[in-house]
Design a binder for this molecule. Structure first.
Ligand SMILES: Cc1cc2nc3c(=O)[nH]c(=O)nc-3n(C[C@H](O)[C@H](O)[C@H](O)COP(=O)(O)O)c2cc1C
Length: 258
């Protein structure tokens, strides 16, 4: 049993091509029941999952998520929300206090929502479904509040596209455990150690990126291209980080977590 679970964790990969068929109700019930078995702070389950299956809504969602093919092709999108609205309202109505309204609560319950999402990823794999996280759900918080009709104290934390897989990618390499695991206190790695850590990714990237017209286009103007330059100067640019971060702050203010 232990090995079965470990095998599942090792074989799971993100799926970005899906068959058009909707998963059946029985499979979906199993998926969602396994999802909400996730741990949560105080077992409060201060998260909500919005399922989007309507093709027009999915198209509109995709526009807000930077037009990724997989959002369109997957029959289902699940948006995981940090949600203290439900408990706040109930507690206040029962003589308690609806004070789960602070930045602390936002962070705590965003974590709950992300943990539930990862349960869905693993349950999907066990059921033969495929899934991929869509990080761009966080890019346009204000538009997302409107699109999902979110009340105060509710904000998106994570999103998954889910469906029957129509591809079988190989698992991607990971950093070795000894580089990720620090013991007792933080280990301050030297630049030589970091260069060694990223060497393989750098070599693989340089061999492959030329074949990608979009990556090529993004790399215009950054001089000689390598993996860290591509990631930091072309893909996750500082401008984008600042713009999305400031949009996130506005979302947090609108949701009253700030
Ligand atoms: C928080 C988060 C956001 C992600 N956002 C996207 C995304 O927007 N689009 C996408 O195609 N993949 C996205 N991914 C998937 C990662 O690219 C993927 O997990 C990573 O490359 C490792 O590959 P694997 O999942 O196949 O092991 C995201 C993953 C995480 C955890």
């Amino acid at each position: 049993m232990e090995h079965e679970t470990l095998n599942l964790l090792h074989r799971r990969v993100s799926i970005r091509k899906f068959k058009p068929e909707m998963p059946d109700e029985e499979t979906l019930t199993k998926l969602l029941e396994a999802t909400i078995a996730a741990p949560s702070a105080g077992n409060l389950q201060n998260y909500t999952i919005i399922q989007i299956a309507d093709p027009q809504r999915k198209k509109a969602l995709n526009k807000l998520c930077m037009e990724q093919d997989c959002v369109d092709s997957a029959p289902l999108a699940f948006i995981f929300l940090a949600d203290t609205s439900r408990f706040n309202r109930y507690a206040a109505s029962q003589g308690g206090s609806g004070h789960f309204t602070w930045l602390f609560n936002y962070v705590l319950h965003t974590t709950d929502a992300a943990i539930a999402a990862q349960n869905m990823v693993i349950a999907a794999e066990a059921l033969g479904l495929g899934s991929v996280y869509i990080g761009s759900i966080l890019n346009r918080m204000l538009d997302m509040i409107e699109f999902l009709d979110l009340p105060e104290y509710v904000l998106p934390a994570a999103m998954l596209s889910v469906g029957w897989p129509d591809e079988k990618p190989e698992p991607k390499p990971r950093h070795p455990v000894e580089m990720v695991l620090h013991k007792e206190t933080y280990r301050h790695d030297s630049l030589t150690e970091l260069s060694e850590l990223y060497r393989e990714r750098n070599e693989n990237f340089c061999g492959r990126y030329q074949a990608h017209p979009r990556k090529n286009e993004l790399c215009q103007g950054i001089g000689e291209v390598n993996y860290p330059k591509y990631v930091s100067l072309a893909h996750y640019t500082e401008d984008k980080m600042i713009e999305r971060g400031s949009e996130m702050l506005k979302g947090m203010k609108q949701a009253k977590f700030l």
